[in-house]
Design a protein around this ligand. Structure first.
Ligand code: MN3
Length: 245
């Protein structure tokens, strides 16, 4: 509030109380640094089930370390990097729409933060192992059949060299596609191309599988194929259908 306006109020109303209140309000807003945007924070979701409840597909110790160490570290690291690097994006969408502008540290840890929040939600205890409901017709329409989709998804998970993720995404045209990303990249990111020049498929993730060794090594060691095959038994198809819209 300008001094002249304060003076006008004081003169017009003739009550010093109002002037004092106005000054206090002005000082409060000044002290909260109105010109510095608050840094966006990624938040780790609460696990939607107990750490032992995806047994025997995913063992309790893997869940515990994965959630409390790996995922928690991505959250902590991205939030520290956002502050240190003064990144001004204010939503997850903004981060991933502009992923190509981010430093490797912010991009990797933002991806890790988001991807794991997503991963926990597309799994659930006591799932049926095969898709059901409206997702079935969508998979049939895009891949020919559910088994053909599962075959493609498994190939993407197995073919991802090193660390990364396999994904089922809905692209801009509404078609479902299988893809994979290296490291902690994801299909929300505006990346021109994937590793080794392979196409980066951009779209809305419906399902994702973490194929980093930290996701399966304690139980499956080098047998990623067994991890992927067993993982279908904990896929939360209700959640996948919800994300299909
Ligand atoms: Mn992981």
């Amino acid at each position: 509030m300008s001094d002249s306006l304060k003076a006008t109020i004081a003169t017009t109303v003739g009550a010093s109380f109002i002037l004092e209140t106005a000054c206090a309000a002005t000082q409060t807003s000044m002290s909260s640094s109105p010109h510095t945007a608050t840094a966006f924070e990624f938040k780790q979701i609460a696990l939607p089930y107990e750490k032992n409840s995806l047994e025997p597909v995913i063992d309790t110790m893997t869940m515990d370390i994965h959630y409390t160490k790996h995922h928690a570290a991505y959250i902590k690291n991205v939030n520290e990097a956002i502050v240190a690097e003064k990144v001004s994006y204010q939503s997850e969408k903004e981060f991933f729409d502009n992923a190509s502008t981010l430093s490797a540290k912010v991009r990797n840890n933002a991806g890790g933060a988001w991807n794991h929040n997503f991963f926990w939600q597309v799994m659930k205890p006591g799932a049926s192992g095969t898709p059901y409901g409206k997702i079935v017709s969508a998979l049939d329409g895009s891949f020919g059949s559910v088994p053909k989709f599962m075959e493609q998804f498994t190939a993407a998970a197995m073919g991802r060299f090193g660390s990364g993720w396999a994904w089922l995404v809905k692209d801009a045209s509404g078609k479902l596609q299988v893809t994979s990303t290296p490291n902690q990249d994801n299909p929300l990111m505006d990346l021109p191309a994937g590793q080794a020049g392979t196409a980066h498929v951009k779209g809305t993730p419906l399902l994702g599988l973490d194929v980093w060794e930290h996701a399966y090594y304690l139980k499956y060691q080098n047998k990623r194929n067994e991890y992927v095959a067993n993982w279908w038994n904990v896929v939360n198809w209700n959640e996948v259908a919800n994300r299909l819209g």
